[in-house]
Design a protein. Structure first.
Length: 332
């Protein structure tokens, strides 16, 4: 009887020890991942010359897996404090043996490009041309991707050469597959030039990438005609109606001229670079508001203008939410 009791006691101790060991090992794993993420953020920020952040960075060399979530590249110094490139997801499957020799051979990569912001300052300089990598003379790292799935949601133009910035959003929402990507040059072309081509942007040139690509990225003319019925965008935003109304009013005033507004009826009329813009706001719940934006020039829809206004509203509301969270953390 005593032997059985000792066995039970020792088994219980062993299970507790294994559980503690498992918790300790998992904690070390999380710490290592956080340290690696922090190191990669510092490296990329220094390489690009602007702030780079990630929500999650997970590299498993043994299995040949790389997962990145919430990758955000900020605008370089001298431009608005907006996100230049918003990439919610990067997933890569690569050869672990070749990786240890300094070569990257990926059998598959999946990249979700949510937003690409092309911004010109008052002197006409492009934000992507101010990145350090576009001015670097260091030879590009050569790698290979056998199959790439690229999802692109939106390309935004922001031109600050005017008295009031001109912002246009090009909603693409496309997914394309590419085979045999043979280097950084080709990947840059796909992630920058291809979205511009899909957006139908005329004569856009990214001159700063001459060093890497050997020639400016010149996009041929592709005419994209909005069909009648477009020119309207909608979004549910986690913000009380009065807060979102005041934020929208300020943004519309920054981009154009307010013609008429009523917080009780939930509408704002504005004129933005020749386009008539109407914004309707409707409270869905205490902390959520539905916003609808319509833009027209005469009787013709101006979808890019409406999308550009919504882009600015989302950007500014996200900044307010982040600031509120940081303030809450400081108080605690």
């Amino acid at each position: 009887m005593k032997i059985k009791t000792n066995i039970k006691r020792n088994t219980k101790k062993l299970l507790i020890f294994l559980l503690l060991l498992l918790i300790f090992g998992f904690s070390l794993f999380l710490l290592r991942q956080k340290v690696t993420k922090f190191a990669v953020e510092i490296f990329l920020s220094g390489r690009l010359g602007t702030k780079v952040s990630m929500d999650r960075f997970q590299l498993n060399i043994a299995l040949g897996h790389l997962n990145i979530e919430g990758l955000k590249i900020r605008n370089p110094s001298g431009f608005s404090n907006n996100i230049l490139l918003d990439v919610p997801r990067v997933m890569v499957k690569f050869d672990p043996i070749l990786f240890t020799t300094g070569r990257l051979y990926a059998s598959y990569a999946d990249i979700h490009l949510k937003n690409l912001l092309l911004e010109k300052d008052k002197q006409g300089r492009m934000n992507v041309d101010s990145l350090k990598i576009s001015q670097s003379t260091t030879p590009a790292f050569i790698f290979r991707i056998n199959l790439l799935d690229l999802q692109i949601n939106q390309v935004v133009e922001k031109d600050c050469r005017y008295v009031k910035p001109l912002v246009k959003g090009h909603d693409l929402n496309i997914r394309k597959s590419y085979r045999n990507i043979t280097g950084v040059n080709q990947l840059i072309l796909l992630m920058l030039a291809d979205p511009l081509k899909e957006a139908g942007l005329k004569g856009v040139k990214i001159f700063g990438f001459y060093t890497i690509l050997g020639t400016p990225v010149a996009i041929p003319l592709v005419v994209v005609v909005d069909s009648m019925g477009k020119g309207n965008v909608r979004k549910d935003i986690k913000m009380p109606l009065d807060s979102l109304y005041n934020l929208t009013l300020k943004i519309l005033d920054d981009l154009g001229d307010i013609k008429k507004d009523s917080i009780s009826k939930g509408y704002i009329y504005a004129q933005i670079h020749g386009a008539s813009v109407r914004v309707n706001l409707k409270q869905k719940s205490k902390d959520e508001t539905s916003i609808s934006i319509t833009a027209k020039w005469l009787f013709f829809p101006e979808h890019e203008v409406a999308s550009g206004v919504l882009y600015e509203i989302i950007e500014q509301s996200d900044k307010i939410k982040r600031k509120s969270m940081l303030d809450l953390i400081r108080v605690q």
